[in-house]
Design a protein. Structure first.
Length: 368
C-alpha cells in the first residue's frame, strides 16, 4: 500500500516554490523548476503533493507512453502507425504519474534502448521504454540533481524543452512524446550545478527554512495531525485540494488563448538586458511563465504583475555573481526596474498589437 501523501495546499509558507510548481503544472513546456534548499524544507514533499492533486488525463489505454488520443501530433511511432492503419485507439482516464529518477540512472535507463539484435535478425523494431517514456504527461522528480551525471541532466533538460525523445542506434530510430513536469531538487551544501546546466532550468527557487515561531508551530501541528490520522487530515484538506485541481485544469484549457502586447515583450526583454542576463533563454521562459500565470488567474492577457512574478523565478539563477555572493531579487527591486523601463518606453514599444488567436467565448473562466 502506497504511503499517504501530504496535501499540497497544507504546506505552510514557501509561496515562491508553490507558485513555480503550479506554473509548470499549467504549462510543462516552461521547462522545469530547480528547487535549492537545505534539508527539511519540504522540497520532495511539495513535488509528490503536486503530482497527487493534478487532474486525471485521457490516455491511449494500451500505450506504454500514455499518448494523448486527442493530439495526433503528440503520438508515439506505434500509435501513429495504428492510426494510419485505421485502427481505433482505446482510451482510459489515468492519474498523473510521479516518476522518481535515481541518482545512479544511466543514459540507457533514461532514454530507453533499441534491440539491435531483433532488428537485424527478424527485421523488427523493438524499443524498451526508459524513464522518459514513463514520465510522459506526468511529473519527473530528480532529487540531488547536482549529483547526477551531467550528460544525463542534459538529456532531461533537452526532453523537457522539446517534448520529445528520439533514440537512434545503428541507423534505426524510434521516437515518442516526452512532455513532463520536471522538478529537480538539491542541497547547495553538497555542490552546485555547472552554470550551463543551471541556466537550462527554466525556473529556480532558493528556499530558506521558516524562522517565524508561529509558522513553525503551525508546521508542527499539521505534521503531527497528518502522522496521527493521514486519511482524516487529507479529508479536511480535500476541498482546497480539489479546488486547486480544477484551477489547474481550467488554466491548461485557457493557456493557448492568452495573448501579450508589444509592450509586454519589451518589458520582459528590457528586464533581462537590465540585469545583464546572457543569452535569450530567460526571455522565452519569462514570457511562457507570465502567460501561465495569467491563465492560472483566469485572464486572457498578461500584465505587469505576471511579468514581475515570472522574473522572480526566471532571473536570479541567471544573473552573474561574484564568488560567495548571493543573488536575491526582491519584489520591490524588480518593481523599481520595471517602473524605470516603463518610463523610458517609446511609442513603438507601447504598441498594443498582440500575439495568439482571438479568445474563444467557450473558454472556462477560473473560479475566483
Amino acid at each position: 500500500m502506497p504511503a499517504p501523501i501530504f496535501p499540497f495546499t497544507a504546506i505552510v509558507g514557501q509561496d515562491r516554490m508553490r507558485r513555480a510548481l503550479i506554473l509548470n503544472a499549467v504549462s510543462p513546456r516552461i521547462g522545469g523548476v530547480l528547487i535549492r534548499g537545505e534539508r527539511g524544507t519540504a522540497k520532495s514533499t511539495a513535488a509528490r503533493a503536486l503530482a497527487a492533486l493534478l487532474p486525471e488525463i485521457e490516455v491511449v489505454a494500451d500505450c506504454p507512453f500514455q499518448c494523448d488520443p486527442n493530439r495526433p501530433d503528440h503520438l508515439c511511432d506505434n500509435c501513429r502507425g495504428r492510426l494510419q492503419r485505421s485502427e481505433v485507439l482505446p482510451t482510459a482516464l489515468r492519474r498523473t504519474r510521479f516518476i522518481d529518477l535515481p541518482v545512479s540512472a544511466t543514459e540507457d535507463r533514461v532514454v530507453g534502448t533499441l534491440d539491435i539484435e531483433k532488428a537485424i535478425q527478424r527485421g523488427e523494431r523493438h524499443f524498451e521504454p526508459g524513464v522518459l517514456a514513463a514520465a510522459n504527461r506526468g511529473l519527473l522528480y530528480v532529487d540531488e540533481v547536482n549529483l547526477l551525471d551531467d550528460h544525463v541532466v542534459d538529456i532531461l533538460l533537452d526532453s523537457a524543452a522539446m517534448g520529445i525523445n528520439v533514440v537512434e542506434r545503428e541507423g534505426i530510430s524510434f521516437q515518442h512524446p516526452a512532455r513532463f513536469i520536471l522538478v529537480g531538487t538539491m542541497n547547495p551544501e553538497e555542490g552546485d550545478l555547472r552554470p550551463q546546466l543551471l541556466d537550462r532550468f527554466a525556473l529556480c527557487v532558493d528556499m530558506q527554512g521558516i524562522n517565524d515561531a508561529n509558522q513553525r508551530v503551525e508546521i508542527l501541528k499539521r505534521r503531527i495531525e497528518f502522522e496521527q490520522d493521514p486519511d482524516g487530515f487529507r479529508d479536511r484538506w480535500y476541498t482546497s485540494e480539489r479546488h486547486l485541481t480544477e484551477e489547474i485544469d481550467h488554466a491548461r484549457a485557457r493557456l493557448p488563448l492568452v495573448t501579450y502586447a508589444q509592450r509586454d515583450l519589451y518589458m520582459i526583454a528590457a528586464l533581462t538586458a537590465d540585469f545583464k542576463v546572457d543569452g535569450h533563454r530567460a526571455v522565452f521562459r519569462m514570457a511562457m511563465s507570465a502567460r501561465a500565470q495569467a491563465a492560472y488567474e483566469g485572464r486572457l492577457s498578461i500584465n505587469e504583475r505576471d511579468i514581475l512574478l515570472a522574473a522572480e523565478l526566471a532571473l536570479p539563477h541567471r544573473i552573474k555573481k561574484a564568488p560567495f555572493q548571493d543573488i536575491a531579487l526582491e519584489p520591490r527591486q524588480l518593481e523599481e526596474r520595471l517602473r524605470q523601463i516603463r518610463a523610458d518606453m517609446g511609442p513603438s514599444e507601447e504598441s498594443s498589437s498582440t500575439e495568439s488567436q482571438a479568445p474563444s467565448p467557450n473558454v472556462k473562466k477560473k473560479m475566483m
